[in-house]
Write a protein that binds this ligand. Structure first.
Ligand SMILES: NC(=O)c1ccc[n+]([C@@H]2O[C@H](COP(=O)([O-])OP(=O)(O)OC[C@H]3O[C@@H](n4cnc5c(N)ncnc54)[C@H](OP(=O)(O)O)[C@@H]3O)[C@@H](O)[C@H]2O)c1
Length: 261
């Protein structure tokens, strides 16, 4: 099952898994994109692909999604917890409803789905969970403070679980992409930031690296040498410097900064 399969990295994961012969449960809010992806996967890879429309910003969304999976008699062998979004702006200006929806999608729904699916996997003695974090989860990130904090949670949570479940036949890993080509930055309103300038990895590259890492049972994967080096070098600078560098990369020129919605 891939959450956030309607676009970007989730959509790329759906292709990679189908290419390797997995049947797919696709989920997101956009029913039209999911329906056309399911058709494409069936035709192209000769796999079974079904979709379930689900809004993971709703507090009951993840449990309802899991209930639907059970009702349909589907068995989840691999869970890619990918759904997530970002919202750019000074924390004081962002609508509280946006902030809470982000925490629900990026963090709470991920925790709920992980627990429900993990219990089944441990019961069967087999399964793989890959949570999508971010390089933003390794340090402070002004103007996307809540997003970075949700990804710091995903990183810590996933690494802890990977140790707890050792020997059960189940693996939990975390994939931490750096800036990646998708609709993510545009939707977040941060395309103009320095972070999204230059050559970005494609969603396909990220999904392929994630798939390989998951098959190896790797705990933490940072996509690409440049991203890995950035995260590694942060260890050697005082946090007061790290936050200043992050601020300079994430600040918008005043003329393009958007006001709160
Ligand atoms: N792109 C990057 O630079 C980057 C870097 C690091 C980490 N990531 C992480 O990678 C993951 C995928 O991002 P992406 O780049 O592929 O972005 P994307 O193209 O915007 O895709 C996000 C996916 O999440 C789904 N989603 C968003 N809100 C949802 C909700 N309320 N309920 C259910 N599904 C929801 C979207 O589907 P619907 O809109 O159809 O619901 C979509 O399929 C995210 O967790 C993101 O934080 C991205």
């Amino acid at each position: 099952m891939v959450t956030g399969a309607s676009s970007g990295i989730g959509l790329a994961f759906a292709h990679v898994l189908a290419e390797h012969g997995y049947d797919l449960v696709l989920t997101a809010r956009d029913a039209i994109s999911l329906a056309s992806l399911a058709t494409e996967l069936r035709e192209r890879y000769d796999v079974i692909a079904v979709y379930i429309v689900s809004d993971l910003s709703e507090p009951s969304g993840a449990e309802e999604l899991y209930g639907e999976v059970k009702r349909c008699g589907l068995v989840i062998e691999v869970l890619i917890n990918n759904a997530g979004f970002n919202y750019y702006g000074p924390f004081a200006d962002v609508e509280l409803s946006t902030t809470l929806a982000m925490i629900q999608v990026n963090l709470s729904s991920l925790v709920i789905l992980t627990q429900l699916v993990l219990r089944d996997m441990v019961g069967r003695g087999k399964g793989k969970i890959l949570n999508i974090g971010s390089t933003a989860g390794f340090g402070p990130a002004p103007y996307v403070a809540v997003y970075a904090a949700t990804k710091a949670f995903v990183l810590s949570f996933s690494e802890s679980l990977s140790a707890e479940i050792r020997g059960t036949g189940v693996t939990v890993g975390v994939l931490c992409p750096g800036p990646t080509e998708s609709g993510f930055a545009d939707r977040a309103g941060m395309l103009q930031t320095k972070v999204f300038h230059g050559n970005l990895m494609t969603a396909k590259q990220v999904a392929e690296l994630g798939y390989q890492a998951m098959m190896r049972g790797q705990m933490t994967t940072i996509t690409g040498f440049k991203n890995w080096f950035q995260v590694w070098s942060m260890r050697f600078a005082p946090r007061s410097i790290v936050v200043r560098i992050a601020e300079s990369l994430l600040a918008l020129p005043k003329a393009t900064a958007r006001s709160s919605q």
